[in-house]
Design a protein around this ligand. Structure first.
Ligand code: AMP
Ligand code: MG
Length: 428
């Protein structure tokens, strides 16, 4: 991690100073303020982030609970039991789930009990039904047990799963099935969560056609906002897709300002490079808020830029090449959207993997290429997508990770251990 704080005051796009990706991520995260909090019904809480530490109001279980269908007994009553000399206990009743046993048992008695039911007083073990045989003597039911049962067998003591006051879900935790189940078990019908941020997505480029338009020479369909909207949705945030803008500085400036005023994050696409019509770059160079960075040591998307306005609202300017736009979102926007919704570990995880194929293309910056991960005999392997170029969309299909190719040298040989970033979508 490079700690250097490169100046970002150069007005010439060519003279931009590149910072490390880690530095860019930190500069963004320093600007993040968590969303305010709202209550949602537990049934609607999947994918949100909890906005409070939830402690168990009661222990789980809160009564001594049977883990099996069988007989509640005093373990000691089976002392010395074997096939030849089984323990024989008088069955004095049964305990279905939800009922409260009223008679205690003794060393000569047992009670039929169901999984999840409450143990009677004095019982300290449950013997599985499969380990017993029934017998009737003089019209009275008995159970035969052919082995010794240890005290505590098949019994969940009070608090065995969860202690009273234990933290079940922490503030910032992603609410997935396990967290939701815990909240339900502790009686939360609704849960405080961070509000969904509204993310403005603004494509720029005079070549962009709406999806329904027939193709025209020199023009392409405006696909990136749809990709970004899907990525935004996968973070739990709310995408707001704007109509695409022509390469016109006045229009771009007006739209970005409006969007900053009414969104929690603004993402623009395109125009950040050194081309003659790259007005986003020009606008950022003269921006009156603070420019956080305008060049990152990474490929693709090295010209990815970010700024805040006077109110501290974040504007992330992604490159228009689909591959660069995708990477810019995953590496920079996703952490912001995780943090803004309360995540305490918003940066993408890195998994070491063995690259299965030589990758000879080198660059002065680390490369983030799309590829696939798989596991073979306990080892993680990675393979680049065919023909990964930032202008292409097809290599993204089937990709489930970025493979990080270190800068310099002569690329990486097959069998080299590299870092990868798994693309886990709504991983939480
Ligand atoms: P730019 O970042 O504006 O220099 O654009 C780089 C490349 O990405 C150009 O070939 C653009 O046509 C393409 N591109 C820009 N914006 C989009 C978009 N919204 N959807 C698809 N491709 C785009
Ligand atoms: Mg453009």
């Amino acid at each position: 991690v490079t700690q250097e704080r490169a100046p970002v005051n150069s007005h010439s796009p060519r003279g931009r100073v590149a910072i490390s990706l880690e530095d860019a991520q930190q500069r963004l995260l320093q600007q993040v303020q968590c969303m305010t909090i709202e209550d949602v019904a537990l049934i609607d809480s999947y994918g949100r982030r909890c906005a409070t530490d939830v402690r168990a109001p009661d222990p789980i279980p809160h009564y001594r609970r049977s883990g099996m269908d069988g007989y509640a007994i005093i373990a000691h009553s089976t002392h010395g039991a074997n096939n030849d000399r089984p323990t024989r206990l008088h069955v004095i009743g049964e305990i279905p789930c939800g009922s409260v046993p009223t008679t205690p048992i003794s060393a000569t008695t047992a009670m039929r009990i169901m999984t999840g039911a409450m143990l009677p007083t004095c019982a300290d073990a449950v013997v599985m039904l499969e380990m017993t045989t029934d017998e009737t003597v003089d019209g009275s039911p008995f159970v035969m047990i052919q082995r010794e049962i240890a005290p505590g067998a098949n019994v969940s003591d009070i608090g065995a799963d969860v202690q009273q006051n234990e933290i079940l879900v922490s503030s910032g935790d992603f609410l997935g099935p396990a967290q939701i189940a815990l909240l339900a078990s502790t009686g939360f019908a609704s849960v405080p969560v961070y509000r969904k941020p509204n993310v403005a997505i603004i494509a720029t480029g005079s070549e962009l056609l709406p999806l329904m338009s027939p193709l025209e020479p020199g023009k392409i369909r405006n696909s990136n906002p749809y990709m970004l909207a899907a990525q935004v949705l996968s973070t739990g945030a709310n995408p707001v897709v704007y109509e695409s803008l022509p390469d016109c500085r006045v229009t771009i400036e007006r739209t970005v300002r409006q969007a900053l005023a009414c969104s929690d994050l603004v993402i623009t696409i395109g125009g950040v490079s050194v081309g003659d019509y790259d007005y986003v770059a020009q606008l950022l160079a003269e921006w009156e808020g603070s420019l956080l960075f305008h060049k990152i040591r990474m490929r693709p998307g090295s010209v990815t830029s970010a700024a805040t306005d006077r109110n501290g609202k974040l504007w992330l300017a992604l490159s228009g090449n689909p591959g660069a736009c995708f990477a810019g979102f995953e590496l920079l926007a996703r952490p912001v959207l995780q943090a803004i919704q309360g995540s305490t570990h918003p940066l993408p995880q890195r998994w070491p993997a063995v690259i299965a194929e030589r990758f000879p293309k080198v660059n002065a910056y680390p490369r983030f290429i799309r590829g696939r991960l798989w596991n073979e005999e306990g080892r993680l392997y990675a393979i680049p997508s065919q023909g990964d170029q930032s202008s292409r969309m097809l290599p993204g299909v089937g990709a489930d990770a970025f493979l990080i190719i270190p800068p310099g040298g002569s690329g990486v040989e097959a069998g080299t251990l590299i870092q990868t970033i798994p693309l886990r979508g709504d991983r939480g």
